[in-house]
Write a protein that binds this ligand. Structure first.
Ligand SMILES: NC(=O)c1ccc[n+]([C@@H]2O[C@H](COP(=O)([O-])OP(=O)(O)OC[C@H]3O[C@@H](n4cnc5c(N)ncnc54)[C@H](OP(=O)(O)O)[C@@H]3O)[C@@H](O)[C@H]2O)c1
Length: 276
């Protein structure tokens, strides 16, 4: 039995589907079972990673976990949650981020912290360090549908965005083949800027999608809607640094799974209904 957390999210849902299709017993940990909408045959158990005591009900007979962690939001609960998992599982596959490092900023620091907690358990582990998710572009759905427009501040940052199927596929291979001492940095097969990605969406829709560069002030205002105001300028500073260089294009997906990583065009085709 393999436990998957974040099972309603982008990569976690794919991990559930792929493990289920491989004929493995899968248990999905979710906060709202009634809204989970997972394949028949998948065990769905209620639990909250921010409340480690709630995990026990999901751990009976579990031998491995595909761990998607709610970065930052539940970090205070991480030591107890990881300890509880380590009492049962023989293998952690942790969805981390490229550049994970406890010494740096918030999100990458959180991933570095989780990696350390997992390492300290001494249990076998695989870290799947993903670059940017193609799925982040679902944030454009509303403005594309309403106005046929994509608005971003960083218009020349080339990102090798990755399809959630490929993130999951690498983790699933690690689980099924027992890669218990691996760190996989995973990306998509090409680096594309936001205007280039908007053009690919327009092509697939057969409708115009305009790109508008958002000013720094607009970006700041947008971030302030979901981030404390005093953290916004720090976060922007970190993004300036990150966006100064293109993301690398790595061949890890093909090496681990035996098949090529999905292109952005393929990702768009898989999500076309969302953009229509
Ligand atoms: N987005 C990127 O570009 C990127 C790149 C590298 C790494 N990552 C990392 O990948 C992970 C997932 O990324 P995402 O933000 O894009 O995720 P996502 O697809 O939005 O999925 C988040 C999942 O976590 C679940 N969740 C949230 N809080 C929870 C809690 N307290 N207890 C149990 N489950 C909880 C959500 O379930 P509900 O349905 O209950 O909300 C959902 O299934 C994060 O750790 C992120 O830092 C992301």
């Amino acid at each position: 039995m393999i436990l998957v957390t974040g099972a309603t999210g982008k990569a976690g849902r794919q991990a559930v589907i792929q493990l289920h299709e491989a004929g493995v017993g899968v248990r999905a940990l979710v906060r709202r079972p009634e809204a989970a909408d997972l394949p028949l045959g998948v065990e769905v158990v209620r639990g909250d990673l921010a409340d480690p005591g709630s995990l026990d009900a999901a751990l009976d007979g579990v031998r491995a976990v595909f761990l998607v962690w709610p970065t930052l939001a539940a970090d205070a609960a991480a030591p107890a949650a990881v300890r509880r998992l380590a009492e049962r599982v023989r293998h952690f596959v942790y969805l981390s981020a490229m550049g994970a490092d406890e010494r740096v900023g918030a999100v990458l620091g959180s991933h570095g912290y989780l990696e350390r907690l997992i390492d300290e358990t001494g249990v076998g582990r695989t870290f799947v360090r993903a670059g940017g998710f193609a799925g982040n572009d679902l944030g454009w759905v509303e403005s594309i549908r309403a106005e046929g427009v994509v608005r971003e501040h960083y218009d020349d940052w080339a990102r090798s965005v990755i399809h959630e199927r490929d993130i999951a596929a690498v983790g699933v291979r690690a689980l099924l083949e027992g890669h218990t001492d691996a760190v996989y940095e995973v990306t998509g097969p090409e680096a594309l800027t936001a205007p280039q990605r908007a053009r690919i969406i327009a092509d697939a829709l057969g409708a115009p999608v305009r790109f508008e560069k958002m000013s720094r002030a607009q970006m700041q205002a947008q971030m302030s809607t979901w981030m404390p105001a005093d953290e916004v300028s720090d976060a922007l500073g970190e993004m300036d640094e990150m966006t100064a260089r293109p993301e690398p294009v790595l061949s890890t997906v093909a090496e681990v799974t035996g098949g090529p990583a999905h292109t952005y065009r393929e990702w768009v085709a898989d999500h076309l209904a969302d953009f229509r």
